[in-house]
Design a protein around this ligand. Structure first.
Ligand SMILES: Cc1cc2nc3c(=O)[nH]c(=O)nc-3n(C[C@H](O)[C@H](O)[C@H](O)COP(=O)(O)O)c2cc1C
Length: 368
């Protein structure tokens, strides 16, 4: 066992040099973080199987034997039904609200037909993409919504480890009992789909649950610097899982105006809204999110009805480049973004800060 506190069980079991995991949708970020000694995990929801095959091949070519992963959504609560049944469940009040938004704000209809990533085929799509993950023997499969326990044995047979994101202690318990390899305890402050319990509260509780089992715990939500990495390890996590901080890296495909807004945003600016997916997503403020918070706006519908309702208007907004209406998922860790940097530099800086933090503690103890 190493006496370097940054060399955790994650490093032993996965072969990374530092216990920093980066979630991102851009394959270039994944390769850069993995090659800098961390682990990149590619968000692949919305990909086609062909695209995912080619993205994985691209990453493998650059990272060789170093560890990386693929993340998909396999939500537990999801309204089931065929497309027509689901369409009929969308209330007229909601359709009228969206039409009004389009007319009053000159939002054009998109040019082609729209079928978003979170529509009725999500579970079927995820299943098809999982086949690609297994075929390619990707080292890690992470599930962003819903427990991946059902797929554990099949994944292990292909040499793929299974990781699950949780926002509540009871979800963590279920996954730990099911033998999921890594549980990512993701707090309220995180970007993307996020729950109600803070990282500082959730992580130690999940770590205590995992004690004596083979499951490792990663801390997520609000992590953007090395002090937080050191704190996470001190709380018993085997490392950190991070998202927002990579959006403003050189390698990220996030549009430049959004990168600029990430630099300017304060922790209190990012808010949770169910307006896009039907589940709470913490994000940069926008006219889109604001519109659903106005008095008189209907309550967003459940997943997948909300995306079915809004995918067209969102595509219109994107095509017309209505920047004020556009947003990105982002967490309170925006406070850690001050400039656009290479992803490797973010990794090295976080490691250096964490080492300093540990040195300060050791120095303080020695100095007593
Ligand atoms: C732009 C963005 C998109 C995200 N999309 C997903 C996703 O598709 N699947 C998933 O498991 N997590 C997703 N997340 C959440 C991240 O995996 C991660 O848990 C979160 O960003 C951690 O908190 P942080 O943003 O404070 O670092 C997303 C986060 C961001 C910022």
């Amino acid at each position: 066992m190493s006496d370097d506190p940054l060399h955790t069980r994650l490093c032993d079991e996965y072969g990374c040099e530092v216990p920093i995991v980066a979630f991102a949708h851009t394959k270039d970020v994944i390769a850069a973080v993995t090659n800098a000694g961390g682990i990149g995990v590619l968000g692949a929801v919305g990909s086609t199987p062909e695209q995912l095959h080619s993205d994985i091949a691209w990453i493998k070519e650059r990272v060789g034997d170093r560890p990386f992963g693929v993340d998909l959504l396999v939500p537990a609560s999801f309204v089931e039904g065929n497309h027509e049944d689901l369409e009929s469940m969308i209330p007229q009040e909601h359709r009228d609200f969206v039409s009004r938004l389009m007319t009053e704000n000159n939002i054009p209809k998109p040019k082609g037909p729209v079928r978003g990533a979170l529509e009725d085929g999500l579970l079927k799509q995820s299943r098809a993409l999982l086949e690609v993950v297994f075929d390619e023997q990707v080292p890690i499969f992470a599930s962003g919504l819903g427990s991946p326990a059902f797929i554990k044995d099949e994944a292990h047979a292909h040499g793929t480890k299974v990781w699950g994101l949780v926002g509540l202690p009871r979800q963590a318990r279920r996954q730990i009992e099911a033998g999921v390899d890594v549980v990512i305890a993701q707090g309220y402050d995180s970007g993307g789909h996020s729950g109600t319990v803070g990282t500082f509260t959730l992580v130690p509780e999940v770590v205590a649950m995992a004690e004596g089992t083979d499951t490792l715990v990663l801390a997520a939500g609000g992590v953007s610097n090395g002090r937080q990495l050191a704190a996470s390890i001190t709380m018993g996590a085997a490392g950190v899982w991070t998202g927002t901080i990579w959006l403003a890296t050189h390698e990220s495909a996030t549009e430049m105006f959004l990168k600029q807004r990430l630099i300017e945003a304060r922790a209190e600016d990012v808010y949770q809204s169910r307006a896009t997916s039907g589940k709470p997503i913490r994000q940069l403020p926008s006219k889109w999110g604001d519109a659903w918070k106005q008095p008189g706006a209907p309550d967003p519908l459940q997943m997948p009805l909300q995306p079915m309702l809004v995918d067209e208007i969102l595509a219109g907004i994107r095509e017309a480049h209505m920047d004020d209406w556009m947003t990105t998922p982002a967490g309170q860790s925006v406070v850690g973004i001050h400039e656009i940097k290479p992803a490797a530099e973010v990794v090295y800086q976080m490691v250096e800060e964490a080492q300093d933090a540990f040195d300060r503690i050791t120095g303080a103890v020695v100095g007593v």
